[in-house]
Design a protein around this ligand. Structure first.
Ligand code: SF4
Length: 120
């Protein structure tokens, strides 16, 4: 089977083909090794940075943008969202604050993407 993968490691967006052969994966179409690594990871262990928001108590905004500080397994995204949806953080919050540590043992922390002051 051949999978077509668009590399997202840089804006060039190379079209990479990954063929599952008896001798292993045959990867073609990449321009650099980052693309080859990305394509291999995409077929063996696809991962994504999770970006979303969490509810804020007492802040100038009702929602805080957050993201994981590293890519997590793609098949864990919905389970992580269930955990994240239970969270309500209290203002003030600083950019980079860890909102949830080692989310579901993925090794990734959920961190704040902005400062958020207290509502006056
Ligand atoms: S293979 Fe290399 S050059 Fe092509 S999109 Fe990926 S990172 Fe960019």
């Amino acid at each position: 089977m051949i999978r077509d993968i668009t590399c997202i490691a840089c804006p060039l967006g190379c079209e990479i083909k990954v063929e599952d052969t008896e001798k292993g994966y045959l990867i073609t179409g990449y321009t650099c090794l980052r693309g080859k690594d990305y394509a291999l990871q995409e077929v063996t262990d696809p991962r994504r940075i999770l970006t979303t928001t969490v509810a804020v108590e007492g802040g100038v905004l009702p929602l805080l943008p957050v993201k994981t500080d590293k890519a997590i397994p793609k098949d864990m995204i919905f389970k992580c969202m269930e955990e994240i949806n239970k969270i309500k953080v209290k203002a003030p919050i600083s950019l980079g604050d860890v909102i949830l540590e080692n989310i579901l043992n993925t090794g990734a922390n959920l961190v704040a993407c902005r400062n958020l002051d207290v509502r006056k």
